[in-house]
Design a binder for this molecule. Sequence first.
Ligand SMILES: Cc1cc2nc3c(=O)[nH]c(=O)nc-3n(C[C@H](O)[C@H](O)[C@H](O)COP(=O)(O)OP(=O)(O)OC[C@H]3O[C@@H](n4cnc5c(N)ncnc54)[C@H](O)[C@@H]3O)c2cc1C
Length: 556
Amino acid sequence: MKLRESNIQKLDRGVYDVLIIGGGINGAVAAAALSGKGARVALIDQRDFAGFTSQQSSNLAWGGIKYLESHDYALVRKLCLSRNHLIDSYPSRVREIRFLATIDKGFRWSPLFLWAGAWVYWLFGNGFTKIPRLLFKRAISREEPVINTQNAAGGFEYSDAYLHDNDSRFVFQFVRSAMDRGGIAANYVESLGARRDGDLWITQARDVIDGKTFEIRSKVLINATGPFVDEHNRRTGEQTEHRHLFSKGIHLIVPRITPNQRILAFFADDGRLFFVIPMGARTCIGTTDTRVESPFTEVTEEDRQFVLDNINKRLNLQRPLNRADIIAERCGVRPLVVKAKADGSVRDWMQLSRKHEIDVDRAKAHLSIFGGKLTDCVNVGNEVAGIVAELGIELPHRNYKWYGEPHPSVREEYVHQARLMNLDGYTSPESIETLTSRLWRRYDRQALELLADIREDPRQAEVLIKGTDYIRCEIRLAKHQEMIVKLEDFLRRRSKIALVVRREDIRNAEGLLEACEILFGDQAREKFDEYFREPSATRQASAREVESGQAVAGAA
Ligand SMILES: Cc1cc2nc3c(=O)[nH]c(=O)nc-3n(C[C@H](O)[C@H](O)[C@H](O)COP(=O)(O)OP(=O)(O)OC[C@H]3O[C@@H](n4cnc5c(N)ncnc54)[C@H](O)[C@@H]3O)c2cc1C
């Protein structure tokens, strides 16, 4: 029986210590922390895990240098320490990266002043990263010829960190970790609302795939529905001290702009920081910050033009980027926390900070998680576990460290085995990293199972979907362990194929149908068609104007 079906059958059995609604980063870390510490945990998400906000971020684990300007020193300090802790705990998934910020003439702060600010930022992070550098115009041109320095006053370089794979994969790894420790998780299961019955919560759930409804009983209920926290609280009649406002942000993914593994930072025409972020063989550009009323948003023509105009103005490209260069787009809302009574204009919108708050209704054993960032995820997991323990749930392994990559000895054993079988000899020529490091980062200890598969049948190391890095045994592992319900779950979230390969190229990729057969058996064709039936904003442009894989950007 498939993992999801088996988990759904368990959801209406017995009483869980905790039911978590929402499998974005906040719900995923809550599940991983509580399962690791020994609670009986269930997690449901109406969509796929990380299927809403947590798949739309900038993929940065950062201390929030820009919040220094709004004097949020405590937040910056906390985020810097969280970032350091993530780099330490996930050496292969979260990596330090340099940010090269170019400052235009006439900007509100001089490069020298901002460089001094970068030193303060570095100190806030306990000097954990490489030191900041001041760069004159000529040095910027020399180091990054792709930057147009005509109007530059100078620049500075500092460090933060980024998620090497992708935000949604990072989130799924916490869900996987919760399941490995006995948690029961299911995607495409919606909470229709919950009521308190004596000492228990009874949540009405609906399997979105087959429409069946059932009840889940739990002692504690955690509302981790991101932008939908207020809506779900209305359904359960919960009053909270905080609520959400929404800020929309978009990213455009285009062919690689610079071969250097560093982030280019600029201040856009509206004064906000925006980034050119490496994404494998592609570049991700963003983001924007627009106040919106609804969590459901899409990239508008105006958004695209704003990002393209700003980037074209600041780069020396052989020709300006245009709509046809867009390989994929990302668009989401940041759930920003404010006091429930605030009128929404208490602070300058651009400076509203990104902290998290957990509101607790102790009488009813209910938690609502507001705001937050991927960067802050370990703190959220620990705080939730602390609160749940205070509510009287026994955590038999209270001091268990529930996060982090396995002990270095596990990695050493993996690398040793990989070397003995010459795993890197199988690395695809199109890949920008070795198979040994890629498999470890994506699967950690499960990568040992993949080595066993390849030893048994070397065909398992062949790239299955042409034009991507993914090998046959990874797809098999995804089928059994990664709860793939729709093709999009695999292409967009467990992998980042849909972000870095044009839709038309994916459709025509040799091996995709075979991958579908592995993932979905006799439903392969149906799932394939379902994916390509859904509209894509970039589809028309890519089919009409751009030849597959064409590189368009480069230093002039
Ligand atoms: C453009 C942008 C850039 C960002 N960049 C960064 C960054 O670089 N670094 C960083 O740290 N943070 C960043 N963030 C912030 C970060 O992405 C979010 O704060 C975080 O992903 C929110 O996670 P969440 O779990 O609260 O919400 P979500 O990820 O939205 O998860 C909530 C889940 O609840 C589910 N759900 C809702 N209602 C129900 C229901 N009734 N039943 C069952 N499930 C339900 C949804 O399907 C969803 O999956 C960025 C955000 C945006 C929008």
